[in-house]
Design a protein around this ligand. Structure first.
Ligand SMILES: [Zn+2]
Length: 232
């Protein structure tokens, strides 16, 4: 088994792997991901607040209707000529009037509380919208920086991919398949040299029989890091 070609391939692929990592861990990109998340959360929160505001406004409108009815009741009670009433009727009317006044005071209190609530909700709504807008604006800035980096790196990556396509043709199909399936799982390097009696990557010690097998077959999968150990 000739490993030279797959090792040549891996060398070029290593450059591609590094560029891929550079893009994936780019601070501007990571910032974009986080800002996008902030924008999404702000949007959800502002929708919730809008809904809350709607509920409070409906309750306030109901309450205003009740207050209006209570006021009218109170006015009607006082509209009759009180002097003509018997003492019992007068006492009853005054007692009802007290109740109406008490009720009105409660409704007013509730209305004040709701007005406070709606102010709080609208205050938070405005803050949330502001947060959303800031996140969107910042996102554009970081995105532009990231795009610039992609424009810079992409041609290099394309060039490496072209080189790999050529090198791939020289590699035994079986080796290539084993390589690519590991590479897909972001294992790199895939092929590592036996170092003394340990895996050249994870330093796991190989048993004497494993070493014998490796010397015979030239390659052996590391049980620990899943890389392919080679011997030459
Ligand atoms: Zn290993």
């Amino acid at each position: 088994m000739d490993l030279k070609n797959i090792l040549d391939y891996q060398k070029v692929d290593g450059e591609l792997f590094n560029l891929e990592n550079e893009l994936a861990s780019d601070p501007n990109k990571l910032k974009c991901v986080s800002l996008n998340q902030t924008a999404k959360e702000s949007q959800i929160r502002s929708n919730q607040l809008e809904e809350q505001a709607g509920i409070i406004l409906r309750e306030m409108s109901e309450l205003n209707k009740n207050i209006e009815i209570s006021r009218k009741n109170g006015e009607q009670l006082l509209g009759v000529n009180l002097e003509k009433l018997s003492k019992e009727d007068l006492d009853e009317k005054l007692s009802v009037k007290d109740k109406v006044s008490q009720n009105l005071a409660l409704l007013d209190k509730r209305l004040t509380k709701l007005a406070e609530n709606i102010n709080n909700v609208l205050g938070e709504f405005n803050k949330t919208i502001k947060k959303y807008n800031v996140a969107k604006e910042e996102y554009q800035k970081f995105k532009a920086s990231y795009d610039k980096k992609v424009d810079e790196i992409q041609p290099k990556m394309d060039d490496l991919k072209k080189q790999l396509a050529i090198l791939e043709k020289k590699v035994e199909t079986k080796l290539m398949q084993a390589y690519l399936s590991k590479r897909k799982d972001k294992i790199f390097p895939v092929f590592v040299k036996l170092d003394g009696n340990t895996c050249g990557r994870c330093r796991m010690e190989l048993s004497a029989s494993a070493i014998n097998k490796l010397k015979e077959e030239k390659i052996l999968q590391c049980e620990h890091c899943r890389r392919i150990i080679y011997f030459d």
